[in-house]
Design a protein around this ligand. Structure first.
Ligand code: ZN
Length: 200
């Protein structure tokens, strides 16, 4: 390539660096992201925006967690003692979760379906009596079993779902789950996905 070609290439690289710097500045201030950035960075911004939208609470609903990581709007009820009316259904299922977790899971299932991936839900909010029953049948996790100590389960706050995943779906979840706030946080339990959004 001639000198003009080299100069053009340098100019191109410089503009990309500026675009990236603009984009990185934007990550700390989600509300101020402007559409003009989208025009300058094109594809990179599109995928970035997709992640940001996936991580944001659906419908702009605000929520918060207390110092113990429990939803402030549910904490007073107690683990496994949340009335059904305070929870939200996971779209197209009989399952219920804390509202932001339900909305994120509903969105995730729909997006996975578009990728040809089927995510089933086998368990969601778990009342205290069911936690006791599960511990009796499956044993405590701390003792090699599969159940949390009753009253401490993430399911008792509507913050975890047990998912029915084939190997393709599990791979999809490992790649995409955290974009929706879902993490597989229990060794030995590929099916257990807790809702731990970065923005909460
Ligand atoms: Zn579970």
């Amino acid at each position: 390539m001639g000198i003009e070609g080299v100069n053009a290439r340098i100019a191109d690289i410089q503009s990309r660096i500026i675009a990236l710097q603009t984009q990185q500045t934007g990550t700390t201030m989600p509300q101020t992201r402007s559409s003009s950035v989208a025009a300058s960075t094109g594809e990179t911004f599109a995928s970035y925006l997709q992640d940001a939208v996936a991580a944001a609470p659906a419908g702009g609903r605000t929520y918060s967690l207390n110092s113990k990581g429990i939803p402030t709007d549910l904490a007073a009820y107690g683990n496994g003692r949340i009335p059904a009316s305070a929870l939200e259904p996971v779209g197209g299922t009989r399952h219920k979760l804390w509202a932001p977790a339900a909305e994120a899971l509903t969105r995730m299932i729909a997006d996975a379906k578009r990728d040809g991936i089927t995510i089933g839900v086998t368990d969601s909010y778990r009342p205290y009596a069911e936690q006791v029953d599960l511990a009796r049948r499956k044993g405590l996790y701390s003792q090699g079993g599969l159940a949390a100590k009753p009253g401490t389960s993430e399911h008792g706050w509507g913050m975890a779902a047990d998912l029915d995943l084939d190997s393709k779906a599990l791979a999809w979840m490992r790649q995409n789950g955290d974009k929706y706030g879902y993490v597989n946080n229990v060794p030995r339990e590929d099916w257990h996905w807790a809702f731990q959004p970065k923005s909460a």
